[in-house]
Design a protein around this ligand. Sequence first.
Ligand code: FES
Length: 154
Amino acid sequence: ADARTIALTVNGTRRHVTVEPRTTLVEALRDTLGLTGTKIGCNQGQCGACTVLMGGTRVNSCLTLAVMAEGTEIVTVEGLADPTGDLHPMQAAFAENDAFQCGYCTPGQILSAIACIEEGHANDAVEIREYMSGNLCRCGAYPNIVAAIEQVRD
Ligand code: FES
């Protein structure tokens, strides 16, 4: 009941998804569009595993209703590498700096890291840590994540 179809752009491609009023963006991405790179950790806005870009701004997709994404441009981790398979510079920097261990938080970390630089919050390590504080890493890769961001910034 009350399902409706919305149009949005995901990783540069126009998509249509049929969602319920309560369907979250991460559910629409993972379950309807099959884009399982975006992870669900806490499902309540506290871990950042579900971070995506919506209209260029990072959002927790577990807290964002799918209907709120109507007409917007969404970027997920699947949209970062170029079509030839070359990694996005931030993906390459995460790999070079060992900025992950188990990798579960990594897609969200990378989207936040990209937003950190684009929004001008990567001026020093303290600022980076503050901006990235909503993206938790149980493995404690924080110093290497900061190093990866600094590498891309420079
Ligand atoms: Fe969305 Fe944790 S799953 S913030």
